[in-house]
Write a protein that binds this ligand. Structure first.
Ligand code: SF4
Ligand code: SF4
Length: 78
């Protein structure tokens, strides 16, 4: 599996102010705005929506992916 396929979008508990920036910057029309953004399954992991969301509603699971890879590479390192 390619590394980029492991990285997913997640939502935080932060308040969405419905500015629609994430919808406008998405090159794949992959985000629909309801109470919070609804992320469909055509994401190309450009993370423009994460970068531009001023209230940090959107984030990636990059920290967990990196941690899992490090554990895989260095299984005895805690
Ligand atoms: S990461 Fe890029 S392609 Fe995926 S939903 Fe966000 S803006 Fe769209
Ligand atoms: S950019 Fe952030 S605050 Fe604006 S609509 Fe999208 S998720 Fe909500």
């Amino acid at each position: 599996m390619h590394f980029s396929n492991l990285v997913k979008l997640e939502l935080t508990d932060n308040e969405c102010i419905h500015c629609s920036i994430c919808v406008k910057v998405c090159p794949r029309a992959n985000i629909k705005l309801e109470e919070k953004p609804i992320i469909a399954d055509t994401c190309e992991q450009c993370f423009g929506c994460v970068h531009h969301c001023i209230t940090h509603v959107l984030k990636t699971n990059m920290d967990k992916v990196v941690k899992d890879i490090l554990i895989h590479i260095y299984p005895y390192h805690k």
